[in-house]
Each structure stands twice: as C-alpha cells, then as structure tokens.
Design a protein around this ligand. Structure first.
Ligand SMILES: Cc1cc2nc3c(=O)[nH]c(=O)nc-3n(C[C@H](O)[C@H](O)[C@H](O)COP(=O)(O)OP(=O)(O)OC[C@H]3O[C@@H](n4cnc5c(N)ncnc54)[C@H](O)[C@@H]3O)c2cc1C
Length: 209
C-alpha cells in the first residue's frame, strides 16, 4: 500500500492534479518536499510489517507512537519457549559516559559465559512459567516469570513519514544494535517500495520530513 506516486498525488491535489505514473518532474517534487520538510504528503500510504522480536526490542519499538500495533498476548495464549541469545560476536561491553557509549567486543570466554548464563536463566524462567500454569495460575500472572529476552510478535502498520522517523532514529549508530538490525530490514522494504522517496530521505541527511 505504499508508492512514490502516493506522495506525488497527495502534493498535487493542491492544484487539483493527479498522475497515473511517475515522471522526472515528480522525482524533483519528492526531493523538494523532503528538503523543505513538507511532511504530510508522505502520510498517504501504509506499510504493514509482521514482526518477531525479543520483548526488549518491542518495548523500544512501541515508543514510536505514530503507527498502529497489535501484539501477541501472554494473557490469552501460552508463552513459547523462544528466547534471544546473542551471537558471540554481539556480546559487547560499554565504554564511556551515558549518551556517548561506544561498544567493544569482549573476549571469547566472556562471550560464551554470557550465552551460557542467559540460556540457564531462560531455561529456569520457562520451567517456572510452565509449573505455575500447571498449578492453575492464570497466564496473565505466570508470565511475570518471563524475561525480556523472550520473543513476542506483533503487527505494525505505519505510513512513510513515521517510518522514516523510525529508521532515522533506530537505524542510527546510537540505537541499540538489536533494534538497529530490524530498522535496517524495515529500510530495505521502504527502499524497494518507495525508491525515489528513500533516495530523497538519504540525500537529505536521513531526517524525516
Ligand atoms: C538512541 C535512543 C535512546 C532512547 N533512550 C530513551 C530513554 O532513555 N528513555 C525514554 O523514555 N525513551 C528513550 N528513547 C525513546 C525516544 O524518546 C522516543 O520515544 C522514540 O524514539 C520515539 O520517537 P518519536 O517520539 O519521534 O516517534 P513517534 O512517537 O512515532 O512520534 C513521531 C513524531 O510525532 C510527533 N509527536 C508524537 N507525539 C507527540 C507529542 N506528544 N507531542 C508533540 N509531538 C509529538 C513528533 O514530531 C515525533 O517525532 C530513546 C530513543 C532512541 C532512538
């Protein structure tokens, strides 16, 4: 439900004009709208993503208020035994001050210990969860045993303007690596569906209009 043409037609309605296909002048129009931050023509389209992430990533994602979410419910359905264990290369240490951290690799031993410790916690947490459910405790309470590394899934429907804001913030160096990978994937779909808008976004310094 997203195309460069949706931007062009939203802008050209000001002059009671409508196009069926893009031409060069439309590409220039998109670049102008992006550069001068005329944001609303970028709102008349929609992307819908079906996302599977650990809870801590979902929590960051849900801070993006302009968009719609529906999420898997651990009140209604049984939690799955599905947890995020970072790859050894992704286990990192933080250096510097809050707001200006850099992240360095840890030794292979520390990386492996981290992965083992996480697996042990996940196993224990999920066993507790299952025991509580078997004892008859409501799922809405038994889920308190589930760590933020547990996977959830959700639908996210968002227009291009808000998507650019998400990509601008979450595909950036300053974002946590895990959500950054998802933001990179979101950007691939965006570039595929709206190539002219994506190119204009990149050349305008990756700031949402
Ligand atoms: C690197 C990083 C670190 C972060 N750290 C923290 C943290 O420590 N603590 C924390 O709480 N959050 C943190 N956040 C979340 C951040 O504060 C935002 O909530 C999140 O990035 C969503 O951005 P947004 O408000 O622009 O997006 P959206 O909520 O999608 O809003 C899109 C745009 O709509 C407009 N808008 C939406 N709501 C309002 C409103 N109420 N009033 C005026 N304008 C509005 C704004 O222009 C906004 O940019 C962090 C985010 C990043 C990227």
């Amino acid at each position: 439900m997203a195309s460069d043409l949706s931007v062009v037609n939203a802008a050209r309605v000001s002059f009671a004009r409508r196009k069926e296909a893009m031409d060069e002048s439309d590409e220039g129009l998109i670049r102008f709208l992006m550069r001068d931050r005329h944001g609303t023509p970028f709102e008349h389209n929609a992307f819908r993503f079906h996302v599977r992430t650990p809870l801590f990533v979902a929590r960051e994602w849900f801070r993006h208020r302009v968009g719609s979410f529906n999420e898997f419910s651990m009140r209604y359905a049984r939690a799955t035994d599905d947890f995020y264990v970072p790859e050894a290369d992704d286990v990192r240490t933080q250096v510097g001050k809050p707001g200006a951290y850099s992240f360095d690799p840890v030794s292979p031993e520390v990386a492996e210990t981290t992965r083992e410790e996480l697996r042990a916690v996940y196993e224990h947490a999920y066993a507790t969860y299952e025991r509580l459910v078997e004892l008859g405790v409501a799922r809405e309470l038994a889920r308190l045993a589930m760590p933020v590394g547990a996977y959830t899934e959700f639908y996210w429907t968002v227009n291009a303007r808000s998507l650019m804001n998400f990509v601008s913030l979450r595909a950036a160096e300053t974002a946590q690596r895990e959500i950054r990978r998802y933001a990179d994937a979101v950007e691939l779909f965006f570039a595929e569906r709206m190539p002219v808008t994506h190119a204009a976004f990149v050349s305008s310094g990756r700031v949402a209009p």
